[in-house]
Write a protein that binds this ligand. Sequence first.
Ligand code: TEU
Length: 565
Amino acid sequence: PASSQWWKSAVVYQIYPRSFQDSDGDGIGDLQGILQRLDHLERLGVDVIWLSPIYPSPQADNGYDISDYQGIDPVFGTLDDFDELLTALHSRGMRLVMDLVVNHTSDEHPWFVQSRSSIHSAKRDWYIWRPPRAGHAPGEPDREPTNWESFFSGPTWTLDPETGEYYLHLFARKQPDLNWENPEVRQAVYEMMRWWLDRGVDGFRMDVINLISKNPDYPDGPVRPGAEYGDGFAHYSAGPRLHEYLQEMRREVFDGRGSLLTVGETPGVTKDAAPLFSDPARRELDMVFQFEHVSLDHGNGKFRPRALEPGELAASFTEWQDALADAGWNSLYLANHDQPRPVSRFGDAGEWWRESATALATVLHLQRGTPYVYQGEELGMTNAPFHAIEDYRDVESLNYYADAVTRGEKPERVLSGLMRMSRDHARTPVQWDASANAGFSTVVPWIAVNPNHRHVNAQAQYGDAASVFSHYRALIALRHRLPVVADGDFERLDVGAPAVFAFRRTLGAQRLLVIANLSSSAVTPHLPEAEREYWRDERLILNNVDGEDRADAALSPWEAKVYAR
Ligand code: TEU
C-alpha cells in the first residue's frame, strides 16, 4: 500500500549530535541543543531526523563504538532528554530514525569484556576469535589470521595477550566485530531494536550492514604493490548469510509494526546487488546508501584524490537511476558525517559558492529516490581550512597520518590529502550565526569552527530568498507538493554537453524538466527538438540564478532551472 511507502515523498535530515548544538557549555553538542533548534528543522521542512549514535560510548569513533545499546551517553544527555526530543519531533510532525551500529561494539561493551575474559566464557563466541597463524618459514613470528587491512589503517586483527588469540575488527581496535553466525547475538540485537521501537522511534539507519556476514573460510585478500596488508573487502562484505539475516531481522523486529524507515549503509554495493536489499518483494530494507558517486574522486586510495572530469557525477547518478527504475529505491545523498563537504568537493566553493551549492542540491533532490540532507549542507557549509595535524580529531585521519608518515611519506603530502578528504570537514560545528563560536556553543568547541561562519551562517540566510537555505527549502517543498517528484520516472536528456545534467521526470500527464550546468563555465544546452517544443511556453518554477527563462538558453556557471507542466 502507498501509505507504507510514505518515505518516497519524504526528506531525511541527518544530525551529527556532537556538532549540531551545545546546550550546556562543554563544547560538545547534545540532545537539549537539538531541542533548541527544532524551528530550524521545521522551517526547512524535513520529514525525518536521523540521529548519529548517542549511546554510551568511549567515543573512540565518535559514538560508532557503543558500550551500551540501551542508554544515552552523558555527554549527550539522558533518556528523559531523548524522550522529550522524540515527543517534540512527533508533535511537529517529524519522525526520528536511530543509528544502528551492530556490525561491531566497543571493546568496553560488557559483552566484549566477558568475551575476552576467557576461551571458555559463555560470550566467547559472540565475537570473532581466531588463533594466530604460523609464520611463513620456521623461526618467523606468528601472524594475523588473515592479511586484511582495517578501514582505519593497520591490520583487522588484534592479539589479546590474555588468551593468546586474535579478535577481528574491520574498523578501529576498539571496535570488535560481533559474530552474527551466533543466534544469541542476533536475538540480543533484535531485542534491543524492539526496545527502541517500543519507545517510539520510527526506524533505523544501519551502519555497514552489508559487512555482518563474513566468508567463513577467512581467505587472504590481494596485496597492492608496496602495501603492507591485503584488501579483504570481497571476503568480509556481502557474505553468504547476509540476506538471510536481514530477512530474519525483518520478521523478528519489523513485521506488524506499521510504517517505519529502514536504510542500510552498504559501502561497495553494486547496482545489481542494491535491489536485493531494497526490492519490497524481498522483505529486507526500504533502501540502501550506495558509494559509487562518493568514490569517483578516489585515486590511489581515498587520501590521494583525483580531479573529476565534467559529467562524471551526473553519469554516475544516471546509472543508478536507471538501475533501480523497476525494483528497489535510491537513497539520494551528497553528504554525510564521513564525507567532505559537497560544495568544496563537487562544486566551486570560491567564486561560485552559492550557485554551485544550489545547483548540486537541485539535481540531487529532483531525482527519483529519498533525499538526505546532512547538517550544514543546507547552509552551503564548506571544508575546513585545517593546515596542521593538530586541527584534526577523527580516528581515521589520525591513524592514516601516523601510518603514512611512519612509512616515509612527506607530512605535507599526507596533510594535503586530509585537506581534501578528511571526515572532519563534515564535523565542524554547524554555523548558526556570525558570533565567536558560531552560535554552536558558549565555549571553544571540541573541533574548530570554520572561520567562514562570519558570512556562511543560518542567521544570514533565513530571510534571503536567494540563499542556499531558501533553495533547499524550496526543493523540499516541491517534493511534498508535486507527485511527479516522488513517483515519476527518470530519463536523462542528451543536450550535447556532458557538464549539463538535464533530465525529465514523468508521472502520467505531469512532467518535470531539470537543466543544470554543473561547471564553472557558461555552456549552451541543445535540447532535443520534441522537448524544446513541449516546453515552448516555458513553465519555470525554480531557478538559482536570475537568468533567461527559455529552456534552451545558454546557462551561466552552475545555473540550474526547473520546469513543470
Ligand atoms: O562508515 C563505514 C564506511 O564504510 C565509511 O563511510 C567509512 O567512513 C569510510 O570507509 C572510511 O574511509 C560507518 C560510519 O558511517 C562511520 O562513521 C564509522 O566510522 C564506521 O561505519 C564504523 O562504524
